[in-house]
Structure formats: C-alpha cells, structure tokens
Ligand binder design. Structure first.
Ligand SMILES: O=C(O)CCC(=O)C(=O)O
Ligand SMILES: [Fe+2]
Length: 227
C-alpha cells in the first residue's frame, strides 16, 4: 500500500521551513549510509543532532499526530525522528531497501521499519528529476509530490531517487514501526475505519455503527503489538 497524504503543511509553513533549511549546515549523506548504500548515495543531509533538525522533526511529528488520515493508515507505535536531505547537481540515491532496524540516536530505543516516509519541501517544478521510484507488488510507482505533501510506503519496497539535474529537492525522510506489522491487515483496518467514519456521518451514534467499532477494536486487539 502506498499512500499520498496531502497538505501536511500549508504553503506558508513550507516557506518558513524552507528558509530555515536553506541556511542550515548540510553534510555529505554518505556519513549515515550503510556500507551497501554508500556508493549509491550522492546527496546531503542535516546531522541528526543538528538543533534545527530536532526542532523541525518534532514539529513534523506533532503535526502528523493530529492527522486522522495518518494515524488511521499508519497506526504508528514508534516513529524515528525525521531526518532531512537535499539532492542537487546530479545528486541521487540508487536502488536500495532500507535497514530493517533503526536505533534512535542516544537512546536504547530500536524501531522496526514497517513504513517509510518522504515529506516534500520543494515544489515539483523547482527541480528536474528527483523522482522517488518505488517498486513493490503493486508495480513501479514514480512519486514527485507538491511541497507539503507526504508519501508513505512499505519499507520492504525497493526504491531509489533519480538524479536531480536542475534545482534542488529538499525533503524530510523517516520511518515508523506500526502497531500492525502486516501491510494487508493494516490496510483492512484503515478501510474499515474509513467506512465507520462515513457511516457515522450518515447515521450518527447508531447501534449498527457501534457494532462495527467493536469489530474494529477486536481486530486491532488481535493484530497489534505495542512493542
Ligand atoms: O529522499 C527520499 O525520498 C528517500 C531517501 C531514502 O530512500 C533513504 O534515505 O533511505
Ligand atoms: Fe531509502
């Protein structure tokens, strides 16, 4: 399942975030690449302990926490603090699969990467190339979203970012461990939740809706793990 979440940030918020990011200290992205992906990666990143990255990352997580579409589709248990990258001058990231386990810096917290996310801060017409290509059972998808939008995709997917040959592509990228590891189970719960919300609109606090809510919770109880 690949999900496009629209307008996480308003154009005004994107503008402000971009201004901060423009004056930040960008480092070679190879510094955080595993051995296998080092050769594949020619971009720049903010250090994970960069105060701006920490502040913006917290703001992203706070904003996402209030989005029902995100909470319902991702069912996050633990979220890795967002990181920030920039591709320009031919910068790219070749095909790879993300590491399965990520340790949150300076903590004992380990996160299994179930879902990967890219939150775009550059408008598609600001740069050439820079498509996020995702390959999975649903075929190959080419993702290039408006600034302020985010894509969520299974971390099991092979993916790459094509070379940016004009302008710059700036984004936040991060991972989460879901309460529901299985993509199909998580998708079913999301579908059920969406149907319940739609029925609730029409029927209000109806007994039949209440029954479906119990079904939702009982499925979630069966399929979830909180650690
Ligand atoms: O820049 C992106 O959209 C994805 C980055 C990525 O795949 C990674 O850092 O593992
Ligand atoms: Fe990746």
């Amino acid at each position: 399942m690949l999900l496009h979440l629209k307008k996480i940030f308003t154009p005004e918020q994107v503008k402000e975030i971009r201004e901060h990011l423009n004056s930040a200290e960008w480092l070679d992205g190879k510094l955080t690449a595993g051995n296998a992906s080092k050769d594949q990666k020619t971009n720049q990143q903010l250090a994970q302990n960069n105060p701006l990255a920490i502040k913006l990352g917290d703001f992203i997580l706070q904003t996402l926490g209030q989005r029902e579409d995100f909470m319902s589709s991702a069912l996050p248990a633990k979220i890795f603090p967002p990181m920030f990258n920039r591709y320009e001058g031919g910068g790219a990231f070749g095909f790879h699969v993300d590491n399965a386990i990520r340790q949150v810096p300076n903590t004992p917290v380990k996160i299994r990467t179930d879902l990967s996310m890219t939150l775009f801060f550059s408008e598609p017409d600001e740069y050439e190339g820079g498509e996020l290509i995702i390959e999975d059972t649903f075929g190959q998808q080419k993702i290039k979203l408006p600034a302020g939008d985010m894509v969520l995709y299974p971390s099991t997917s092979l993916h790459k970012v094509t070379p940016v040959t004009r302008g710059a592509r700036v984004s936040a990228f991060f991972w989460l461990q879901s309460l529901v590891k299985d993509n199909e189970q998580r998708r079913t719960l999301h579908q059920l939740d969406q149907s319940i919300q739609a029925l609730r609109q029409d029927l209000g606090e109806d007994e039949r809706v209440q029954n479906l809510i119990w079904v939702y919770h009982n499925l979630l109880r069966q399929w979830s793990a909180t650690n």
